[in-house]
Design a protein around this ligand. Structure first.
Ligand SMILES: [Mg+2]
Length: 168
């Protein structure tokens, strides 16, 4: 399997249910922040996310935020959701994924990554030997660097969406 291929693609994070995770044997989630739980650099979670986090907690799903963004960005955001975090995680390198699993007491079989980017979140999950539940980015970022990356990503996402028969 390609390191770029997510195991599942969801329309958005809140579409992931405790029942779906249970069927996969997943009890730990590593969560990306930007465009997964909120828009880029937005200090507040997207509407519906705090309730979703609470629903997951109630179902016994343990979660940690794994972000490539800096501590100043990630720490206050994680605090709002009552979650532990690692910042500057260097995704797609497996280092941050290992740290996240250690925080939760999970392993690569019962942990999955939730994130919006093929070349960081998805690739790192595959390199770490865990499942990746990809979500479609909440909002396209501004800036030439992002535009270039998203353009390359688009081809992969369209192909995988077609194979899956659309987003879950
Ligand atoms: Mg992201």
């Amino acid at each position: 399997m390609s390191v770029f291929k997510p195991h599942y693609i969801f329309e958005k994070t809140t579409k992931i249910t405790p029942g779906f995770l249970k069927e996969l044997g997943i009890s730990n989630l590593l969560l990306d922040v930007d465009n997964t739980l909120t828009t880029h650099d937005n200090p507040d979670p997207t509407p519906g996310i705090p309730q979703w986090i609470e629903e997951m907690k109630s179902a016994g799903i343990k979660m940690v935020i794994i972000s490539n963004n800096n501590k100043e960005r990630v720490e206050p955001f994680a605090a709002k959701l009552g979650l532990p975090f690692t910042s500057m995680s260097c995704k797609p390198l497996p280092f941050g994924y290992k740290k996240g699993m250690k925080i939760l007491g999970g392993n690569r079989h019962n942990t999955a990554m939730v994130g919006d980017q093929i070349f960081t979140d998805v690739m790192g999950a595959n390199l770490s030997g865990m499942k990746c539940l990809m979500v479609l980015a909440i909002q396209a970022e501004e800036g030439a660097g992002f535009k270039f990356k998203r353009k390359i990503e688009k081809g992969f996402i369209e192909k995988y969406l077609k194979q899956q028969g659309g987003a879950l």
